[in-house]
Structures are given as structure tokens and as C-alpha cells.
Design a protein around this ligand. Structure first.
Ligand code: GAP
Length: 439
């Protein structure tokens, strides 16, 4: 029997499991379809990606503030937003093999791509997960797990406005879980039923929305480049009239060229005044804004940037993954940007004697409160380098005999594999400059 060829995705998935980045959810019970858990390294990577986004979007803008709204909200919100009625995908079943598909993703909507059988007529399937609040399971107690974080921002528009001194244009950003009962899930963590979004809603004066839309398109592309993603693997894709979500007047995706093709990484949407108007209508609360500059009252337009945290993790992994043939051996390396790398430095005593382990532990203690570093004394230094390369650790610090004489260590950089000698008391600043400033 011929052996299945291992694809790049297979290799990434297997590395993720082997080194503790990502596991199948509920694995010991046979797994739960399209839900994943992040292991020790994956949790660090994802947290660093979310921090990178928060710094870029919130901390670097005086007029963007953060929010952390709840997952469960009044069901009226989802009626107002149009999700109860319109957040659906067309579902078809194969009459022969019983497999299910999203009709809009099929080349031929009548023929099963798996067995060639006849497909049913499409029927609309709502993607929102429902649950019940309180002890009685009746229609009146239905609540939804939010399918996007954005609505939590819109319904807090007045609260934020009244509790901060923000003036239009300003933004509200949040990172949080979203849930969609996807018909087809695919490609590891690319499309899952539970995921995290990093969204920013920018409130602007009507008439300036097109300008701000262009601004945020450009800014978001710059962001991915700053995150170290290869620019030739990023592109914009405009939504055609028939692809636009029910709330959007214009939409562009930022796509990444994954090993399985060009796919959406983030959406940038001009949502006009659709959402605030709907919430004003359904809640009966006045959501208009008085603009002191032009002495006008209006409902702000919203430009939204909506990125998936898990999809960014997959992008960062796929973009960073490389198998290199060196002169004498091979290495697998993840070229993570130092700011998102789960471990910033490996710290090695060259040998387990002459006071080197003690000194290496001392260095670990100095750096640990500031950066996630890892002490490793196991095996030859070459093997220790390889283990760190494979998980994307950008620096390896080695204590050797010269350290005992002049208090310097070697710092080996992951990508170039070049080494330099650094004073122990300069190590923290060295790491700070490389990680925070990219020097
Ligand atoms: N608030 C607008 C909104 O939710 P979207 O295009 O449906 O827009 C935005 O989703 C982003 O959320 C996507 O670009 C993707 O990164 C992420 N996302 C959406 N559905 C996802 C899923 N099932 N699994 C993982 N990520 C998902």
C-alpha cells in the first residue's frame, strides 16, 4: 500500500501536538469536532498575538479604548442585529452518502463531491448556538452564544461615550470568544466552532466613512507586516455585491496564502449606521451623537476591523514554518517574530560542572520575571539549539568557560545562527531591544 504524502499542514499539525502548541479538544473521549485546546506553548503564542494586537490597536491610539463585554447578552440584541433572521448558511445533504455541505462552497450545487450522489435542495441553517438561561427550558429563556464580539461594543456605545471623554472619531476594541455552529469546518484551527476574535469598531461622522475605511485597510495590512508575515503572502480581496454580509455596505478581506490556498484572515467592513440604528429602534434608547465641532446630531457610521485570533495563530505558524537543509544536518525552524515567540530565550550551561549550571540558573532568575525563558541542560548544545529552533525561540544564551572569567555569555540568534558575546548585566536590555523594538 502506498504511503500518504505528508503535507506541510500535516507537519504543522503534528509539530503542534508533539511540542504542546495545540491539541484536539476532549481527545481522551475521542475528540470534539472542530474545537481545539491550546497547550503550554500555544497558550503563550496566542496570548502574545493578542497582546501584539492590543498594543497596536489600543495602546498606540489615544482615541481607541478597550472593552470586555459578556458572551451571553439579551436575545433582543441578536434580533436587532439581524442575526436571528439572517445569520445563516445554505445547507445541503447528500441523499446517498448523507454527507453535509455548505452549498455556497460547492462547485456544483446538485452533485455530491464525495460520492457523486444527488444533493437535497439548500435550506437555510442558522449558525448561532442556542442555550437556556435559568432553570426552565422554554422559548422565553433562550439565549445565544455570541457569533461575533462586535454587538457587545455597539450596545455599550453610550456607556463608553458617557464614561470616557472620547469624541467621534473614536474606536472601541475588544478580544473575546465567539461561537458559530459551522456546517463545514476545515483545516485545523482555520474554521472552528469556538474561536476568538480581535475586533475594533471605529465610530465616525457620516460622509467620512469611506476615508476611514481606506485608512483602516492600509493600517491593518501594515499590522500584519509588522507582525513579521511575508508581504507577498498577503493580499486584499473585495467582497462582491452578492457576498456582502447583511450589515455591510463595503467589505474587504485581508487574505493569507495558507498551505491550502488564499483564504480570509481578517475582514474590514463599512457597517454604516446599520447597527446603531437597529439597536436604537429595538431598545428605544437614543443612540445619536451630538458633534460639538459641526453642531450636528447624527448616528455615527462604523468602520470595523475584525480579525480571528486563532486564524492569526495559524497564519503565524504557517508563515514561520521552515525545514532547512544545513551542511551537516537538517533543522525545523519556526521563524516567529520575537514579540510573539512563546519562549524568548533558552538558557544553557555548556556542561554540567565548574559552576556553569549555577550561573545559568542565576541568569534564568534574572530574566524570568520579565520574559518567558527556559533553562535546559539536557544533551549536547547542538540538540538543545534544535529543540528551541523547532518551537521558534529567537535566542539561546550559553554559559561557557569564558563566562566564569569575564561574566559574558554567548547569545545565538535563531535565524542567522550567528553568535555574539554579551555581558550578563546587559542581557535584559539586549532582549528588550530585540523583542520590543526589533533592533
Ligand atoms: N464582526 C464581523 C465578523 O464577525 P466575519 O468575517 O464573519 O466578520 C471575522 O469574521 C473574522 O473572524 C474572520 O476573518 C476570521 O478571522 C474569524 N472567524 C470567523 N469565523 C471563524 C471560524 N468559524 N473559525 C475561526 N475563525 C473565524
Amino acid at each position: 500500500m502506498s504511503k500518504k504524502v505528508e503535507t506541510v499542514m500535516d507537519k504543522i499539525v503534528s509539530l503542534c501536538k508533539r511540542r504542546g502548541f495545540i491539541f484536539q479538544s476532549s481527545e481522551i473521549y475521542g475528540g470534539l469536532s472542530s474545537i481545539y485546546d491550546y497547550g503550554p506553548l500555544g497558550a503563550e503564542l496566542k496570548k502574545n498575538i493578542k497582546n501584539f494586537w492590543w498594543k497596536w490597536m489600543v495602546q498606540s491610539h489615544a482615541n481607541i479604548v478597550g472593552l470586555d463585554s459578556s458572551i451571553l447578552m439579551s436575545p433582543r440584541i441578536w434580533e436587532a442585529s439581524g442575526h436571528v433572521e439572517g445569520f445563516t448558511d445554505p445547507l445541503v445533504d447528500c441523499k446517498k452518502c448523507k454527507h453535509r455541505f455548505r452549498a455556497d462552497l460547492l462547485e456544483n450545487m446538485h452533485v455530491c463531491p464525495d460520492c457523486g450522489g444527488e444533493l437535497t435542495e439548500p435550506r437555510q441553517f442558522n449558525l448561532m448556538f442556542k442555550t437556556h438561561m435559568g432553570p426552565v427550558e422554554e422559548n422565553a429563556s433562550i439565549v445565544y452564544l455570541r457569533p461575533e464580539t462586535a454587538q457587545g461594543i455597539y450596545v455599550n456605545f453610550l456607556n463608553v461615550l458617557n464614561s470616557t471623554r472620547q469624541k467621534v472619531p473614536f474606536g472601541i476594541a475588544q478580544i473575546g470568544k465567539a461561537f458559530r455552529n459551522e456546517i463545514t469546518t476545515e483545516n485545523f484551527i482555520f474554521r472552528t466552532r469556538e474561536f476568538e476574535q480581535m475586533e475594533m469598531q471605529y465610530f465616525v461622522k457620516p460622509g467620512t466613512d469611506t476615508e476611514w475605511f481606506e485608512h483602516w485597510k492600509k493600517d491593518r495590512m501594515e499590522y500584519y507586516k509588522a507582525l513579521g508575515i511575508h508581504s507577498e503572502k498577503l493580499r486584499f480581496q473585495q467582497h462582491g455585491e452578492d457576498e456582502l454580509a447583511h450589515y455591510a455596505a463595503a467589505a474587504f478581506d485581508i487574505q493569507y496564502e495558507f498551505p491550502f490556498g488564499w483564504k480570509e484572515l481578517e475582514g474590514i467592513h463599512n457597517r454604516t449606521d446599520f447597527d446603531l440604528k437597529k439597536h436604537q429602534e429595538f431598545s428605544g434608547k437614543d443612540l445619536s451623537y451630538f458633534d460639538e465641532e459641526c453642531r450636528e446630531r447624527y448616528i455615527p457610521y462604523i468602520v470595523e476591523t475584525s480579525a480571528g485570533a486563532d486564524r492569526t495563530v495559524l497564519t503565524v505558524l504557517a508563515d514561520a514554518y521552515e525545514e532547512q537543509q544545513l551542511e551537516k544536518d537538517k533543522r525545523t525552524v519556526l521563524h516567529f517574530h520575537p514579540a510573539v515567540a512563546p519562549i524568548k530565550a533558552g538558557i544553557f550551561p555548556l556542561v554540567k560542572r565548574d559552576g556553569m549550571p549555577e550561573l545559568a540558573h542565576k541568569i534564568t532568575d534574572i530574566l524570568k520575571p520579565h520574559y518567558n525563558v527556559f533553562y535546559d541542560a539536557g544533551g549536547a548544545v547542538g540538540r538543545r539549539y534544535r529543540r528551541q529552533d523547532e518551537i521558534g525561540t529567537p535566542f539561546c544564551i550559553t554559559v561557557d568557560s569564558e563566562t566564569l572569567e569575564n561574566e559574558t555569555v554567548t547569545v545565538r540568534e535563531r535565524d542567522s545562527m550567528q553568535q555574539e558575546r554579551i555581558k550578563i548585566d546587559g542581557l535584559l536590555m539586549y532582549l528588550f531591544n530585540k523583542i520590543e523594538k526589533g533592533d
